[in-house]
Design a protein around this ligand. Sequence first.
Ligand SMILES: Cc1ncc(COP(=O)(O)O)c(C=O)c1O
Length: 396
Amino acid sequence: MFADLSDAPPDPILGMAQLFAADPDPRKVDLGIGVYKDDKGDVIVLDTVKKAEQWLVETQASKRYLSSAGNPEYNDRIRALLLPEGSDAHARARTIQTPGGTGALRVAGDFIHRLRPGGRIFLPDPTWANHPALFKAAGVEIVTYPYYDVETGRLRFDDMIAALGALTANDTLLVHGCCHNPSGTDPDTDQWNAIADVLAKTGAMPLVDLAYLGFGDGLEEDRAGINILAAKLPQMIVASSCSKNFALYRERTGALTLVGGTPKQGEAAVGHLLPVVRANYSMPPDHGAAIVAHILGDAALRGEWEIELTGMRTRIQDVRRKLVEALDGRGGRDFSYLAGQNGMFALLGLPVSAVHRLRDTWHIYATDSGRANLAGLTMDNVEHVAEAFASVSQGG
Ligand SMILES: Cc1ncc(COP(=O)(O)O)c(C=O)c1O
C-alpha cells in the first residue's frame, strides 16, 4: 500500500512555519499561523486556564468515559455563552462538545450529508482554507458565493444576497459568525437580518462557524449574528471553538449547537447527531472542556477570563490602528480599511510576488493568499511591517 507513494506536498502553512524558524534575521515577523500572540510575540496559557487546571488536578476523582455528547456542564455553559439564558433560542437549542471547531464542522458535515444526501453547502469566497476540504471529505457538494472584495476591502453584500437566491431547502449556508477568516469583515445588523430573510424564504439550513467569539467587538456583540438568525429561523447549527478565546488550541475544545423549532426538536436533532459522533471518534477529549466548564461556572474566574479576553481583543484592535497610522504618508496601497476590521486576520490584497518579497526582503511571513494574522504585530515590529507593506505594494 505504501510502496508506490511519492512524497506528499508539504502543508503550505507548516512549511512557512519551518522557513520562519530557520530565518536568522532578528527583524523577522510571523503573520502566518492563526494563533493569538501577546505583545512579546508569545502564545501564552491564560491565567484562568492555569487556575482551572490546578483545580482539576486537586478535585478530579475519575477519568471514566463520559458520553458522545462530552462534558455536560461544558455543554450547558457553552449553550448559554452563545444564546442568552431565558431566550426562546436558548430553550430550543442543545449543545454537544466536539474536538475543536474543526471537529464540530466535520460532524456537522457528516450530519448534513446524512439528513440531506443530495444537498449542497454554500461557502463564502474567500473562506477559511480548511472549509472546502472538510465538507468535501464529508461528501457534501460545495458551491461558493461572493463575500468580500479584496480590492476595496468591503463586503460584496448585494452580490452575496443575489447568489444566495439559488439556495434550496436541501442546502446549507455556511456563514462566519464574527471575525471572518480571512477577511476580518462581517455583516452588520441589517445585513444579518437580510441573510436571515433569505434563509427563511429558501428554507436552507444556516451553519454558523463561530471560531472567534469575543475577538471582534465583545462577547455580546459577537453573538449578535447568531441570535438574529435564531430569533428569525426555525433551525440553525453553530460550530464554535474555544481554541482562540480560551487559548486552548491543542486541547481541541469545541462545540456543536443545534437549534430546533421547539425544544423537543432540538433534543430530537441531537439524538440523531450522537450516532454520527459515536461512529467517528466515539467521544471528545475532556481536558479542555473541563477547564472551560469550570471557568464559565465560577463567577470570579469567569470575570477574570472576560478581562483576559478583553485584553486579547483590544491588543489586536490597537495594533491594527497602530499599523494604519504607521502606514500613513508612505504611499502605495491604501491599507486604511485594516483599522476597522474585526479579529486577527486581514487580506493584504497583494499579489503572490509581493507576498514573497515581504518574506525574502523584509523577513515578514504571510500566506501566499496575502492573509496576514495581525496578532503577530507588536509595538516593536509595527514600523518595520508598515515600511515593508508600503514598499512591496509599490513594487519594492
Ligand atoms: C474560521 C475557522 N473555523 C474553524 C477553525 C477551527 O478551530 P479549531 O482549532 O478549534 O479546530 C478555525 C481555526 O483557525 C477557523 O479559523
